[in-house]
Design a protein around this ligand. Structure first.
Ligand code: 5RP
Length: 233
């Protein structure tokens, strides 16, 4: 007896594959973080191996993306060595109808924002469960904070009407530490009426490095859905 396929996993695989198919030879590609983008990285690697894709170079958005890219044979570079990014592929935790995003479920939103905003084309890969009418409906806003500023930043966020919670790691053994050595505060808001303004307001708190609201940067959203029992993009 074979186990039934997990529909969310299948949707993620299909969107990852669809995004990987859009990568052109000779380009510089931003490689996002998370379980959906991991499939895109895998399929880009498959295309390189088969010879269907040539001469690409990747810019990873996290240690996770770097490790996966190396595993799948994607040559990597750094932002110091290039002057543009042609295409970035990344996941998201929420997508609103204006294609604004909440990101940072993997605590990688700071590097992701640098890479994704630099890209000439930014493609978001999600399963249909990530679509919301309004940002903040399901997911809290991740805010990366330098460790010595955690207490004042949390107080400042409360004054803005947010409910901050320090993100803890596996078995709550300690706080999650980002690739930059900082901590993440997840902030719930009753309603996010103006994501662009909230993005700026949060980043203006001293001690905040970056938050996970991404506004006016997405060119295309590839959505994985199950229709009539079949995954479609
Ligand atoms: C990491 C991110 C991820 O892209 C986001 O959390 C989506 O991940 P997944 O594809 O695993 O659902 O922002 O910081």
């Amino acid at each position: 007896m074979t186990a039934a396929a997990d529909p969310v996993k299948t949707m993620k695989q299909e969107v990852g594959k669809a995004a990987a198919a859009l990568v052109k030879s000779g380009t510089i590609v931003g490689l996002g973080t998370g379980s959906t983008t991991a499939y895109a990285i895998q399929y880009i690697g498959d295309r390189l191996k088969s010879g269907d894709l040539k001469d690409i170079v990747g810019i990873p958005t996290s240690f996770q993306a770097e490790v996966l890219s190396k595993q799948y044979g994607i040559p990597l570079t750094t932002l110091d060595a290039i002057d543009h990014i042609d295409l970035a592929i990344d996941g998201a935790d929420e997508v609103d109808p204006q294609k604004n995003l909440i990101k940072g479920g993997g605590a990688a939103h700071t590097r992701e924002k640098v890479v994704d905003y630099l890209a000439q084309q930014f493609i978001v890969v999600v399963d249909s469960g990530k679509l919301v009418d309004r940002l903040g409906s399901v997911f809290a806003v991740p805010v990366e904070v330098i460790p010595m500023a955690i207490s004042p930043v949390m107080r400042a966020i409360e004054k803005l009407g947010g409910k901050p919670e320090l993100r803890m790691g596996v078995k709550k053994a300690g706080p999650v530490i980002t690739d930059q050595g900082n901590m993440v505060v997840d902030v719930r808001f009753d309603a996010i009426d103006n994501p662009a303004e909230l993005e700026k307001t949060l980043n203006n708190i001293p001690g905040v490095l970056e938050n996970g609201i991404f506004v006016n940067c997405t060119d295309l959203v590839l959505i994985g859905e199950v229709q009539d029992g079949q995954p479609v993009v």
